[in-house]
Design a protein. Structure first.
Length: 347
């Protein structure tokens, strides 16, 4: 466990405190940075605080504001009690991400549902948490068989668990885990009077403080890196959902905080700023970064020419949120340099 002293410029009494689970991760690290910049005191959890290589960015973030790092594991009941104690908001970002697990039912689905409820029980025990913001995924919204095109999916849309379990497409455990954890979280929140808001982000793009990013970043850079396993993730998204939808990490983190602070926010929120396709991304990258020799003629034959499905963030926008990064150019702005720093792309 390590921590920093409060910034003397802001008295402790004025600060709100937020817990972010999964501070070692890509999104968690970016959310912590934004919360600290916004004047929050932050408590975050990592599985292994002694792993200095993995957590060095958290030491650096302590220069921005008061950040406490605590050990917690989703698999251990009560593990998050200390992390959420005294917090105004709890951002549930940590989740099992081993999408290639040989036992997805146990390691992804069961672990995600149990882990989410575990943190929520800690929130109830804390008695101070005014809002829980759960990071789910568009994988819980759009992974369902839809014929034809022109579909617009809002928050009423749920991925089809029966279809996924019966057909077992690649990485099927991930969307199933997100649907089931959302439903259990919602049931638990109602039962215990917790104010819960759920965010369903699409593939996240952009630079974060974390020195390792194994989720969306290798996939959205796979056109440039040539990493076929990472490209397969993008291909699965397009085939399974009918589009590749993107959001910049800064917009996502601003949406997380917006939904924590907006008293009237309720239910699920899609978070997508652009609905596109593999072909459109490949063409954009080939044009903007000719040095990577992206071969747009060599894409698999079954990629989409245009999105069949649009993930709508109209609810988020209607309630006052504005996306800052809307075009491929804006969304991809700093992720190339980040990819180089992570060793995903050559320098
Ligand atoms: N990246 C995206 O495009 C995207 C899109 C939609 C939704 N999301 C969701 O956003 C959240 C964060 O994703 P990410 O992209 O930031 O992934 P990430 O970099 O892999 O971060 C996942 C975090 O969860 C933690 N974690 C995993 N298993 C845990 C356990 N048993 N106990 C405690 N902590 C555990 C990890 O800790 P360790 O470092 O110890 O492994 C890590 O901090 C996830 O819920 C993900 O489903 C991501």
């Amino acid at each position: 466990m390590f921590g920093s002293q409060a910034d003397p410029a802001m008295s402790a009494a004025k600060r709100k405190t937020a817990c972010v689970t999964g501070g070692s991760g890509y999104i968690g690290s970016a959310l912590i940075k934004l919360l600290l910049e916004d004047g929050y005191a932050v408590k975050t959890t990592v599985r292994n605080p002694d792993d200095t290589a993995k957590n060095s960015h958290l030491k650096e973030l302590q220069a921005i504001g008061p950040l406490q790092v605590l050990r917690a594991n989703l698999d251990e009941e009560g593990s998050f009690d200390e992390a959420v104690a005294g917090c105004d908001y709890a951002f549930l970002v940590a989740a099992p991400m081993n999408i290639r697990s040989k036992d997805p039912e146990k390691e992804l689905v069961e672990a995600a549902v149990k882990g989410t409820l575990n943190v929520m029980r800690s929130c109830v025990r804390a008695g101070t948490v005014k809002r829980v913001v759960l990071t789910s995924s568009a994988a819980a919204v759009a992974t369902r068989p839809l014929e034809g095109d022109g579909h617009v999916l809002d928050e009423d849309s749920w991925s089809d668990v029966d279809y996924l379990k019966a057909t077992r497409p690649p990485f099927w455990g991930y969307p199933v885990s997100k649907v089931l954890l959302e439903k259990e979280a919602s049931r638990f929140a109602q039962e215990h009077g917790l104010s819960l808001v759920t965010l369903c982000p699409v593939a996240v793009v952009g630079e974060a403080p974390a020195g390792k990013a194994d989720s969306s970043v290798p996939a959205i850079l796979s056109f440039l890196s040539g990493d076929q396993a990472a490209f397969a993730v993008l291909k699965t998204i397009e085939m399974g959902t009918g589009c590749v939808a993107l959001v910049h990490i800064d917009d996502l983190c601003r949406a997380e905080i917006f939904l924590a602070e907006e008293a009237a926010a309720a239910g699920r929120y899609n978070c997508a700023s652009l609905n596109t396709t593999i072909v459109e991304i490949a063409r954009f990258l080939a044009h903007k970064y000719p040095q990577y020799n992206v071969n747009t003629d060599n894409l698999p034959g079954d990629v989409l020419k245009k999105p069949r499905v649009c993930l709508s963030s109209a609810k988020l926008v209607r309630e006052g949120f504005e996306f800052e990064y809307k075009t491929l150019d804006e969304i991809y702005d700093n992720v190339i340099e980040y990819g180089k720093a992570l060793g995903i792309l050559p320098n």
